[in-house]
Design a binder for this molecule. Structure first.
Ligand SMILES: Nc1ncnc2c1ncn2[C@@H]1O[C@H](COP(=O)(O)OP(=O)(O)OP(=O)(O)O)[C@@H](O)[C@H]1O
Ligand SMILES: [Mg+2]
Length: 264
C-alpha cells in the first residue's frame, strides 16, 4: 500500500511535469506562428466558411508556414478535399528580397513602409498572381481567399497526400513533364506574368505525373524592368535540373526565343 501510493505519487508528478512541458511547448509554437493578429486573421477564414478546422502543418518554407485545413461550407471550397493555408511570417520575412519583386511592378505603385504591410502586400500579390495563372489555364493551386498575411488555396495531391516537390520524385517520363512545365511558363508569359522563382522546389508532382507550379509571391508583371532576366533565370534553373537529373539536353536560347515569340 505504502509502496503503491509512493509509486502513484511519482507517476502523477511525472505526468504533471510532462503535461506542463507539453503545454509550454504548445504555447511556444502558438506564440511563434499564431500571434494575436494571426489568430484574428484566421478567424475571418472560419467566418467566411472557407475552413472549419486546421489539421496540421505540412511544410515550413523560407517565408511561410503551410497548414492543411478542412474545407468549410462556402461554395468555393465545395468540391475540395482539403484547403491549404499559407501563413506568411512577419518577423522572419526577407524584407529587402520582397522589395525587389514589388518595386518595378506597375501593379504596385507605392511600396509599403512597414514589414507588416509589405508582407500583407506580398500575400495579396500571390493571390492575384494565382488568379491570373488559373484564369490562363495553367496547373497551379486555385486561390480562395486572402486576408492580411494568410492565403487560402486548393491542395495539390498525389495518391491522397499533399503532392511531393519535383526534386523528391523519380519521374517515369521526364521529357513529358519538362515539356508541360515549359508550356505552363509560356502560357504564363502570354498572360503577362513571369514566375521568377521557378525550380524543382516550387513544382509539385500530382497524380499521373502532372506538374503544378506553386509559390507565386514573387511572380512579376512583364513590365517589371527585370522580367526578362527573371524569365531567363527560370528557364535556366529548370533546364539545369532536367539536365543534371535526367540527362535531358535543351537549347536554352531556343526555348527562350520561342517563349518570347508567343507575345508577338
Ligand atoms: N497548394 C499546395 N498543395 C500542396 N502542398 C503545398 C501547397 N502549397 C505549398 N505546399 C507545400 O509547402 C511547401 C512550401 O510552400 P511555398 O513554396 O509556397 O512556401 P515558401 O515559404 O515560399 O517556401 P520556400 O521558401 O521553401 O520556397 C511546398 O514546397 C509544398 O511542399
Ligand atoms: Mg517555395
Amino acid at each position: 500500500m505504502f509502496n503503491n501510493t509512493n509509486n502513484n505519487d511519482i507517476e502523477n508528478s511525472k505526468f504533471k511535469f510532462r503535461r506542463e512541458y507539453i503545454s509550454k511547448e504548445k504555447d511556444k509554437i502558438a506564440s511563434n506562428t499564431f500571434d494575436k493578429e494571426t489568430m484574428i486573421t484566421l478567424s475571418k477564414f472560419f467566418n467566411k466558411y472557407i475552413i472549419k478546422k486546421i489539421n496540421y502543418i505540412i511544410a515550413k518554407g523560407k517565408e511561410a508556414d503551410i497548414y492543411l485545413a478542412e474545407p468549410g461550407d462556402a461554395e468555393i471550397v465545395n468540391n475540395e478535399r482539403a484547403v491549404i493555408l499559407k501563413l506568411f511570417r512577419i518577423e522572419t520575412s526577407s524584407f529587402f528580397n520582397m522589395r525587389k519583386y514589388i518595386a518595378g511592378d506597375p501593379r504596385f505603385n507605392k511600396i509599403s513602409k512597414t514589414k507588416y504591410s509589405l508582407v500583407n502586400e506580398w500575400c495579396k500579390k500571390e493571390f492575384g498572381n494565382l488568379q491570373i495563372a488559373i484564369k490562363a489555364g495553367i496547373q497551379a493551386p486555385k486561390p480562395f481567399m486572402f486576408k492580411n498575411n494568410i492565403l487560402a488555396m486548393s491542395i495539390i495531391m498525389n495518391k491522397d497526400k499533399p503532392a511531393p516537390q519535383l526534386h523528391n520524385v523519380i519521374l517515369k517520363d521526364p521529357e513529358k513533364v519538362f515539356d508541360k512545365i515549359l508550356t505552363n511558363v509560356k502560357t504564363l508569359y502570354k498572360n503577362k506574368l513571369v514566375h521568377a522563382d521557378l525550380s524543382e522546389y516550387n513544382i509539385l508532382i500530382a497524380d499521373n505525373e502532372v506538374p503544378y507550379i506553386i509559390d507565386f509571391g514573387q511572380a512579376v508583371d512583364l513590365r517589371h524592368p527585370n522580367a526578362l532576366i527573371f524569365l531567363k533565370r527560370d528557364i535556366l534553373n529548370i533546364s539545369s535540373y532536367f539536365l543534371k537529373q535526367y540527362n535531358i539536353t535543351m537549347n536554352i536560347a531556343e526555348i527562350i526565343n520561342k517563349i518570347l515569340k508567343t507575345n508577338n
